[in-house]
Design a protein around this ligand. Sequence first.
Ligand SMILES: [Mg+2]
Length: 283
Amino acid sequence: MTIKLAGRGILTGLALVGIMAVSTTVRAEENDLLNATLWTQTAVEFKANAMAAYKLAEVMLDRSLADKNSTAATEQGDSYQDKPPAVILDIDETILDNTSYEAWLIKSNTGYSSKTWAPFVMGATSMPIAGSKEFIDYAKSKGVEVFYISNRKAPEEEGTRKNLVDLGYYVNDKIDTVLLRGEKEEWGSNKSTRRTHVAKDYRIVLMVGDNLGDFVEARDATVADREALLDTYKDFWSTKWITIANPMYGSWEAATFSYNFKLPNEEKRQMKLDAMQYWQPKE
Ligand SMILES: [Mg+2]
């Protein structure tokens, strides 16, 4: 049973009073975001993981730079070998840590909404993902252009740029390298058209992201389709495509409920339960 404690909105309020468990307004056992957000925000294991990924990215960047035939983008096309090199990074949960927003969702017992996400973005308070700034500085030192392709919406560009610049991330001030959703009509949530845009003038040597769509077209891909993509591009993963762990949200989750975001939470949750394999203890 849950009893509301006035003025205590955080999960640390769990306490035993007599034999009755008294918690805050948050019923943690019902919130799938809790452990994922806690891990991402507080665990050194997450930070060490991200640092390892970005250190690998530096090694693989050098390797890709040294081989003119190397490209990380399926959208690269022909005659790219002599184009200047570029890397593409996603923003959310790849270079910027938005766990304070996720924690707020838990505290508020609510789900993601563009109405609350937009002011969060415009507040420019996201923190850096460990290792990301060092990698970007490294790429810059090697003469590699750095593009950011994010599904933040075009009107959120000011807050996004402010956050990046405040944290000391390199952002080219001569050409537009912050490519957000809807900046151009053909730039939808599918990032392929933006990768094509970058590929016109650059050889894309490496990409970093937390979501399958940050690397390859995977719209409406089922869990099985996603496994197949992992296999199809086995030569890209960890060499040209570097992933940052995001256990809080992503297409991995949506695939389990067929991207049917409008379903009631209970139904989505049941579909997630149904998507798992279960141990059967012997009778
Ligand atoms: Mg992301």
